[in-house]
Design a protein around this ligand. Structure first.
Ligand code: SF4
Ligand code: SF4
Length: 138
């Protein structure tokens, strides 16, 4: 007798590379130590990178947005500094506020198609912990 095959659940988060999270929904900042690796990926000196793509703000560097509001480091193939993208971009969608607050999680789920539309907040938090993120870690 054939047994019904168990439906394979997708992971709670799988990036779909839609780049929606790079469309200007908040300030993207680079710390001092993040500048040189990012500049190298674009064949620029740190000074050239800062001059073309950043403005100094609050002791850090804010990435300039393009005319459409999207992050200025977005290229036709996606993030132009992917291997050295800032901590805030590496962390998304496992922000402390999203892990601590079910309402913030629902907002993130609406914005990010990489989050399983059926996963519970509890299971998402558990998955985030498996990835090394929790409500406290920045
Ligand atoms: S919005 Fe979500 S799925 Fe789309 S690129 Fe960003 S993290 Fe990936
Ligand atoms: S730095 Fe890269 S990953 Fe971060 S918002 Fe800009 S394009 Fe997106």
């Amino acid at each position: 007798m054939n047994q019904p095959s168990a439906k394979k659940r997708r992971a709670p988060f799988e990036c779909q590379r839609c780049n929606v999270c790079c469309q200007g929904r908040g300030g993207i900042f680079l710390e001092n130590q993040e500048i040189a690796p990012a500049a190298a990926l674009m064949d620029l000196s740190p000074e050239e990178f800062i001059g073309r793509h950043c403005r100094a703000r609050d002791g850090r560097y804010e990435v300039l947005a393009g005319a459409d509001g999207a992050c200025g480091l977005m290229g036709p193939q996606g993030c132009r500094i992917h291997q050295a993208k800032p901590a805030i971009c590496r962390r998304w969608p496992f922000f402390p506020s999203i892990l601590a607050n079910p309402s913030a999680f629902e907002d993130a789920r609406q914005a990010c198609p990489g989050i399983d539309p059926e996963v519970s907040h509890q299971d998402f938090v558990a998955y985030a912990r498996e990835q090394g993120f929790n409500e406290e870690t920045e």
